[in-house]
Design a protein around this ligand. Structure first.
Ligand code: IPM
Ligand code: MG
Length: 365
């Protein structure tokens, strides 16, 4: 009997629904051609959910997200919702999911596909063979810290406050994720904070040292976050696993994404305690400027599905196959606009999805 893997698809806003259509083609391919079967439900999130339900994530959608093995998430946000109450903005739907599902570990691999070395804004020799794993803490820090808010001081002045806060257990659990990954990779963890300015960064650094003692075969180094940003564009191949907080991780992962050629290439996995739910999403946002034009790159989302195969569904060979198919399509010079170069074959979102499905056919025969 074939296994049925449960999945909730939340496509969201902007290019989210467009790129998700291509993921569905890949899922359909697996259902037709292999024993892998998915039990899929769908709902709205972000601005789309706000329009339909008046909230960026309905109770119902949240309940479904808690029940499934994994959530496939598109993107949220757009200027259409600029005026809505802050706690109902599209992004709040995503943040609620992360918090409610306790998805504290956000894995953002920045890998350079060899056919794309020339698409990077860095020199090819700097990014060829690049393979970095950014481990971003996702349920703490300044994103969720209290107190927060904007207060009126009454004298024509207002005060905006957010709080950067971390407790030992939060640092320990994300550190374990980073060290476990490094153990299976190249044995180096770079921890990034601003311990020269922030006490929360100092605590982060000290607690990383505590956990490092459990991993004698992994080397731990500390790098201030500003320097880390600089080193990522100077000599990115010096890194293996980078572990950092929620805010620095947000920023550094966008930088790392660009090294790989385009933000349209970077997938992510958001994981909680083992077996306790997971969410997979492309790192790029809703890109309202290109939404509806059929030119978005679906690869980041399809790679996110590959991460789901690897980390949630325990189907590593299926994950390898998806990644191999993407490499094949790139090697055959098919490019969406974001990674296009002269001499390449420019394709639409849906053509890219079709080529990936064709490559799955080819590689599996
Ligand atoms: C990301 C995004 C989100 C974040 C936004 C959409 C809330 O930028 O996942 O990187 O800031 O975490
Ligand atoms: Mg971001």
């Amino acid at each position: 009997m074939s296994k049925k893997h449960s999945m909730l698809i939340l496509s969201g806003d902007g290019i989210g629904p467009e790129v998700m259509v291509e993921v569905k083609k890949v899922i359909a391919w697996f259902s037709t051609n292999t024993g892998l079967e998915f039990d899929i439900s769908e709902d709205h999130v972000g601005g789309r959910a706000y329009d339909d339900y008046g909230v960026p994530l309905s109770e119902d959608a949240l309940a479904k997200a808690k029940l499934v093995d994994a959530v496939m998430f598109g993107a949220v946000g757009g200027s259409k919702w600029d005026g809505v109450d802050y706690d109902k903005r599209p992004e709040a739907g995503l943040l609620t999911l992360r918090k409610e599902l306790n998805l504290f570990a956000n894995l953002r691999p920045a890998m350079c596909f060899e056919p794309l070395v020339d698409a990077s804004s860095l020199k090819p020799e700097l990014v060829s063979g690049l393979d970095i794993m950014i481990v971003r803490e996702l349920t703490g820090g300044v994103y969720f810290g209290e107190p927060r808010g904007i207060t009126n001081l009454g004298n024509g002045q207002r005060r905006g406050v957010n709080t950067q806060v971390y407790e030992t257990y939060e640092i320990h659990r994300i550190a374990h994720v980073a060290f476990e990954l490094a153990k299976k990779r190249n044995g180096l963890v770079t921890s990034s904070e601003k311990s020269n300015v922030m006490e929360s960064g100092l605590l982060w650094r000290e607690e990383l040292e505590v956990i490092a003692k459990d991993y004698p075969n992994v080397r731990l180094e500390h790098m201030l976050a500003d320097n880390c940003g600089m080193q990522l564009v100077r000599a990115p191949k010096q890194f293996d696993v980078i572990v950092t907080d929620n805010l620095f991780g947000d920023m550094l992962s966008d930088v790392a994404a660009m090294l790989t050629g385009s933000l349209g290439m970077l997938p992510s996995a958001s994981l909680g305690e083992v077996g306790m739910g997971a969410l997979y999403e492309p790192v790029h946002g809703s890109a309202p400027d290109i939404a509806g034009k059929g030119i978005a790159n679906p690869i980041a989302t399809i790679l996110s599905f590959a991460m789901a195969l690897r980390y949630t569904y325990d189907e590593p060979s299926a994950a390898d196959l998806v990644e191999g198919a993407i490499n094949e399509v790139l090697a055959n010079n098919y490019r969406t606009a974001d990674i296009d170069q002269s001499g390449m074959k420019l394709v639409s979102t849906s053509e890219m999805g079709n080529h990936i499905v064709d490559a799955l056919d080819k590689l599996s025969n």
